[in-house]
Design a protein around this ligand. Structure first.
Ligand SMILES: [Zn+2]
Length: 167
């Protein structure tokens, strides 16, 4: 397996570790060079966000990764749906929180301050964390901002950066 060079603040380990996988004794290590390459690209994307926050606000804010790579088995458990397909499964997505910032603030910052960021989707999920996915190889970045909220037990997906925190 080819292990790539990682940026200062994001390690391969933190993008593949999972409390759920550990508790259930699931092997969540990537098994392909493609996933390894994707995870590396993901790490550098997260580093760009961290560096830009620091550069534009003058404050160092660690970014916590709650879920990065998910093997098929782990993804089925985490989503509760064995048929679920997610970019987490190929190492192209991470769920993050920026230290001290609600998801709305993070998504708003990225929209307003990092226009060149190459991403697939950035989703404010329920005002709790930010899901960021990046393009596959040879795929143009679609750069969609989405806000997910819960309405009457269902998930509502709204296009754009919205402040639904706390609803
Ligand atoms: Zn996610």
């Amino acid at each position: 397996m080819r292990i790539n060079h990682y940026p200062l603040n994001f390690s391969r380990e933190e993008l593949i570790r999972s409390v759920v996988a550990k508790n259930r004794n699931i092997d969540n290590s990537p098994k392909s060079n493609l996933v390894e390459a994707n995870l590396n690209k993901l790490a550098w994307t997260l580093q760009t966000i961290r560096d830009q926050i620091s550069a534009k606000t003058g404050v160092e804010r660690p970014i916590h990764v709650s879920s990065g790579y998910r093997s098929q088995k782990l993804n089925a458990i985490v989503t509760g749906n064995p048929a679920s397909v997610s970019r987490h499964m190929v190492g192209l997505a991470a769920d993050i929180t920026v230290d001290g910032w609600p998801p709305f603030q993070t998504t708003e910052f990225i929209r307003d301050n990092i226009p060149s960021l190459k991403f697939h989707k950035i989703i404010n999920e329920f005002g709790s964390w930010v899901h960021i996915s990046i393009p596959m190889e040879n795929e143009l970045p679609s750069k969609k901002f989405i806000t997910a909220t819960r309405m009457g037990g269902n998930t509502l997906w709204v296009s754009g950066v919205k402040d639904y925190d706390g609803i």
